[in-house]
Ligand binder design. Sequence first.
Ligand SMILES: [Zn+2]
Ligand SMILES: [Zn+2]
Length: 259
Amino acid sequence: MPFAEDLPVRNFDQTLRRPTTDYVRFTDQYRVVLRVLNEEARTVWRHYITQANKGKGMSANCPNVRADMSVCPLELSVRGLPKESQERKDKIARRRYITNVLDRTPHTICPACNTNSPQTRSKDCISCGSDLSKADFQPLNKVKIMEGGIRLFNQGLNVIADNQAQDFDGADITEYDIVFTTTGENREKQIAPNPRQPTPLPAEALLDPLTGEKQALYDLDLLAEPSSLEEINLMLQGASKEDIFAARENSRELEEVAN
Ligand SMILES: [Zn+2]
Ligand SMILES: [Zn+2]
């Protein structure tokens, strides 16, 4: 039996009229507590296209799925540039990792503004700034995707997994919570993960509080799927998110017909 079944996600974007992916946000305002839910992270080669979504920027998965492929317009555009060129560094695909996690960051409903606020360093509501130092915080317990690069996954989480396995009789990375402390913002952002002792997840932690059903995990294969050339070209032209997602839906439907 698989560790956890992949089912369709339930988050739904009303404007885009499509399911959306809830990514963990690392910020220096509060510590994030996560339980990894996949035994292995999935590699994704991602481009960040700054002009996409009308200049707000979006990520695309590189369509060069094998090293000998050269269909990706971004890789082609920097082919002649020297390795140290900043333009090249900005445009080539970067190795990223994704995994399902259960966000266990302590949260409480702010009595002043009704926001589900995480426990910030300042003990104030993240939205309205009310003092929440006496509030009763509980783990959020929401399935999300954690994405990170080599520093967080290879240098951070791999080391934690090895050390914990040694210290706790082969404990798997899914058997303990990890606390992530973030310092700095943007390019200076540093994320330091620290594991807690292994403890079984309470059975109810994985349930959806509204429906009582087990929360679905995101399909990592789907999230790692290479972007179509049409999608990437739309992004390079600065197309809106709606147009880009519409192109994605179309190419999936065509694929289903072909299969
Ligand atoms: Zn590429
Ligand atoms: Zn508030």
